[in-house]
Write a protein that binds this ligand. Structure first.
Ligand SMILES: [Ca+2]
Length: 254
């Protein structure tokens, strides 16, 4: 499953959902359907552990153990949460790639705005990972199509761009890559570090190098921190790379 360049790499066990095809409703209370959705019953205090003295695989394992377990709210609920609560500010939802705003109080038509899987479904964001809010963001549907499932990178030769600064094109090595606007670059990096850690997926080396750069360039701001805390209320876990952006620098190879 894991495509790694180094041999004998021990990865943390990926988070495994109960089973595919609506299993999470087989037991436990039925989800409440109102806007904003279920709130996780026992939100933990927002004081993140420090993981001092750990690095590389030991740090990945410790982070995995600390945050992988969470509530799978299901994809329809994830979409509802994003468009009606989590990313709805004063009645408007903003595309993270183009900055286009849409006034809405419900899930919009998917040809207008939809949910971006920062870690693509085609590359493993399935099961619980498909509805994990930490890597889901609202996007303009056309921008989402442009990104497709291309890796993130620095575009040299532009094929498509948005006034926001998002670009699709080829990088210095000729690979087709997608570049988000500057203010979302760090958010993408930290979302993918989280995904790799929680689901045991490797990040290709070229992409990882760019993400680490973006993690430093676009630092965590109040909005990203607030979103991290809000997600914790829905699914019961935090993105530790948002709580402490320096963690990524202690991991040589995601
Ligand atoms: Ca940012």
């Amino acid at each position: 499953m894991l495509v790694r360049s180094t041999a004998a790499t021990v990865r943390p066990l990926p988070f495994v959902p109960a089973a595919p095809a609506e299993p999470r409703r087989a037991s436990g209370p039925a989800p409440r359907p109102q806007g904003g959705g279920d709130v996780f019953e026992t939100p933990s205090p927002s004081k993140p552990p420090r993981f001092e003295g750990l690095k590389d695989k030991a740090l990945i394992q410790a982070l995995h153990d600390a945050v992988a377990k969470h509530k799978d709210i299901g994809y329809s609920q994830a979409r509802k949460v994003i468009f009606t609560a989590l990313d709805n500010h004063e009645g408007k939802v903003k595309c993270v790639y183009t900055n286009r705003e849409l006034r809405t109080d419900k899930i919009p038509n998917s040809s207008d705005m939809n949910v971006e899987h920062t870690w693509p479904q085609s590359k493993g964001a399935t099961g619980a990972a498909k509805s994990d809010l930490h890597h889901l963001f609202p996007t303009d549907s056309k921008a989402n199509s442009q990104r497709s499932s291309y890796p993130f990178g620095e575009v040299q030769k532009v094929k498509w761009s948005s006034p926001s600064g998002a670009k699709l094109g080829t990088d210095a090595e000729g690979r087709t890559v997608f570049e988000p606007p500057p203010e979302h670059k760090g958010n993408v990096a930290r979302a993918l570090f989280y995904f790799s850690t929680v689901y045991g997926k490797a990040i290709p080396a070229a992409e990882e190098a760019v993400l680490k750069k973006w993690n430093v360039q676009d630092k965590v701001d109040a909005a990203e921190l607030t979103r991290n805390g809000a997600i914790e209320k829905y699914q019961g876990n935090r993105n530790p790379f948002v709580d402490d952006a320096s963690l990524a620098q202690r991991i040589t190879d995601f």
